[in-house]
Design a protein around this ligand. Structure first.
Ligand code: HEM
Length: 227
C-alpha cells in the first residue's frame, strides 16, 4: 500500500481514481440538477431525498475526502515534476502536440476549486449545513430543502450566470485532459485506443458542461419571463 504515496506511479494512481470518482459525481449531480429544468416538484423531491439523511452525509464526507486527496496529490505531483525538470520546464511548455489544458492542469484546477468554494457557499451552506445545524430556515429565509428557489434566485443574476459559465469552461478544459490522462494511467493506453480515448474525454467533458450550462441558461431565461 505504501507505494500509493512513496512512488510517482502510486501518486498518479490516486489522482486517476479520485478523478474518475469525481467525474461520476459530476454526471450524477448534473442529472440531478437537470431535473429542475423539467419539473419543480421532481427537484423538490430530489433535494428532500438528498438533505441531511445519513446516506447523504456519508456521501458528502466521502466526496470531501476525494476532493482533498485529488487536490493534495495534484500539488504533490506538480511539485515533483517542477523539481525534476528544473529549467527544462520552459522548453517543455513550447513542445508541439501538447494541449494547452495538459500544460495548465494545476492552474485550471485551482480555478475549478475556487468556483467550487463559491458554489458551496451559494448552495451547500444554505441547505445541508443549515439542516445539520438543526435550523429550519437559511439566511435567505428559505427552507433548507428549497434548492429550487435558490437556483431561481442565483441565476436571475447575470453576474452569477457569468461566474458559473466561466467555472464550467474551466471544468471543461480540466476534464478534456483529466479524463484522458486518468484512463491512460490505469493502463488503457495502446495505440488504437489513444485517439478514441481523446474523443471520449472530449465527449464526457462536453456532455457535463452542456448539462450544467442548460440549467443556468434555462433559469436566467425563466427570470426574464421567457418560460
Ligand atoms: C447549474 C449548476 C449547478 C447547480 C444548480 C447545483 C446545485 C447544487 C445544490 C442545490 C446543492 C446542495 C445540495 C444539498 O446540500 O442538499 C449542491 C451541492 C454541491 N455541488 Fe452543485 N450544482 C451545480 C454545479 C456543480 C458543479 C459543476 C460542481 C462541481 C464541480 C458541483 C459540486 C457540488 C458539491 C461538491 C456539492 C456538495 C454536495 C454534498 O453536499 O454532498 N455543483 N449543488
Amino acid at each position: 500500500m505504501s507505494f500509493l504515496w512513496k512512488s510517482s506511479i502510486g501518486r498518479k494512481l490516486i489522482m486517476s481514481i479520485t478523478g474518475i470518482a469525481l467525474v461520476l459525481f459530476l454526471l450524477f449531480h448534473m442529472a440531478m440538477n437537470m431535473v429542475a429544468v423539467f419539473s419543480h416538484a421532481g427537484y423538490d423531491w430530489v433535494t428532500e431525498f438528498l438533505g441531511a439523511n445519513w446516506y447523504a452525509l456519508v456521501a458528502t464526507v466521502g466526496l470531501a475526502a476525494l476532493v482533498v486527496l485529488h487536490f493534495v496529490y495534484a500539488f504533490w505531483l506538480s511539485w515533483q515534476n517542477f523539481r525534476a525538470r528544473g529549467m527544462q520546464r520552459y522548453a517543455q511548455r513550447k513542445s508541439p502536440g501538447v494541449s494547452w489544458a495538459s500544460q495548465n492542469m494545476l492552474v485550471i484546477g485551482i480555478i475549478v476549486l475556487g468556483g467550487l468554494v463559491t458554489h458551496l457557499f451559494n448552495f451547500w451552506s444554505k441547505m445541508q449545513l443549515v439542516e445539520i445545524m438543526g435550523q429550519h430556515e437559511n439566511s435567505l429565509g428559505l427552507s433548507p430543502t428549497d434548492g429550487y428557489s435558490l437556483i431561481e434566485r442565483l441565476f436571475a443574476n447575470p453576474f452569477y450566470c457569468v461566474v458559473y459559465l466561466v467555472w464550467f469552461a474551466a471544468i471543461w478544459f480540466h476534464l478534456t485532459h483529466g479524463v484522458w490522462s486518468a484512463i491512460q494511467t490505469l493502463g488503457w493506453n495502446n495505440e488504437i485506443w489513444k485517439k478514441r480515448l481523446r474523443v471520449i474525454s472530449y465527449v464526457v467533458a462536453t456532455v457535463i458542461m452542456l448539462g450544467y450550462t442548460t440549467v443556468v441558461v434555462y433559469f436566467y431565461l425563466k427570470s426574464l419571463g421567457l418560460f
